[in-house]
Design a protein around this ligand. Structure first.
Ligand code: SAM
Length: 294
């Protein structure tokens, strides 16, 4: 009875792990870090860090700083001991903490080996806390209908479940490009006013455009972090002309270059957002049709 009463507070605060502990094989860890192009200036956070191998490998191999969190205090202690043993305890830190209350805003690389439904639950956190351009790398499990920007398959001969291979996925957190953008393009007859209205689901864009008041056709619209690329065909002197726009989104502005088919040289492209939209990260939403690769 006394024992039960003593345990009661601990049990009341005990949290169940959303995913059991299974370690990522070392060759898969290496592929995850390679796919994310992890370097010494990155800050890596592993959500559900187990024995700490992802954070420790990044610290040892690339000099990357970071931390891991896990609900299992014994694994956290093991990870700390291993970081010390490998001489990287100043770079690789570990905390007993729930992934859902972990502040992830410092990450430039976020790693996971969690179930897809847990990843999907993490999507609002990822889109609200992580900076555009942050790489998210997952071992095995995807983020539902958020399409990966890259993926690799790695042989795992003694895998404890499923076929003897693991998938590694990479996502790049996109900037917000949603809304109405306006810019001007110099022409012989004076500047032409352009406008594009873009809807965004994760990194995929669809929309419509107008040039000089006439409809123009968006052939493709893609994003990678803060970079945006649009190919728009507009009528110029009654002929369809391809316009390729590449730029970087900086808040309510885009700065980049415009290549007009047949022109001698590229022009500067500066667009201003006149009305801001929201990124759609609704789990049920289908990705827009123009979700082509970058
Ligand atoms: C599949 S293991 C991955 C371990 C390590 N990241 C790796 O790839 O080798 C998942 C880990 O997540 C931890 N975990 C599950 N749910 C968690 C939660 N809500 N908060 C923190 N850790 C959690 C488990 O204790 C387990 O160690």
């Amino acid at each position: 009875m006394v024992m039960a009463l003593a345990l009661a507070p601990a049990l009341a605060f005990a949290q169940a792990a959303d995913v059991p502990y299974v370690a990522t094989p070392q060759n898969v860890v290496d592929t995850m870090l390679d796919l994310a192009k992890v370097g010494p200036n990155d800050f890596l956070i592993d959500l559900g860090s187990g024995d700490g191998r992802i954070v420790i490998t990044a610290a040892k191999k690339y000099g990357t700083r970071g931390f891991g969190v896990d609900l299992d205090g014994a694994l956290v202690s093991e990870a700390r001991r291993e970081a010390e043993r490998q001489g990287v305890k100043d770079k690789a830190e570990f905390y007993t903490r729930n992934i859902f209350v972990t502040d992830i805003g410092r990450a430039t690389v976020l790693t996971t080996y969690l179930f897809s439904h847990v990843n999907i639950e993490l999507r609002p956190k990822i889109f609200s806390e992580l900076k555009p351009g942050t790489r998210v790398v997952s071992h095995e499990f995807d983020f539902g209908n958020w399409k990966p920007d890259a993926q690799r398959r790695v042989p795992v001969p003694r895998k404890p479940y499923g076929p003897p291979a693991s998938d590694v996925y990479l996502w790049i957190v996109p900037a917000n490009a949603a809304g109405r953008w306006q810019w001007r393009v110099p022409a012989e007859s004076g500047a032409i006013e352009w406008e594009a209205a873009l809807e965004q689901t994760f990194q995929a864009l669809v929309g419509s455009a107008r040039a000089g008041g006439n409809p123009a056709h968006i052939e493709s619209a893609t994003m990678r972090g803060e970079e945006i690329a649009l190919v728009i065909t507009a009528q110029v002197n009654a002929k369809p002309v391809r316009h390729e726009l590449h730029g970087r989104i900086e808040g309510e502005a885009i700065r980049g270059t415009l290549r007009i088919a047949g022109a001698q040289q590229d022009l500067e492209w500066q667009a201003t957002r006149v009305s801001r939209g929201k990124i759609n990260i609704d789990a049920a939403a289908a990705a827009p049709a123009l979700a082509a690769g970058f």
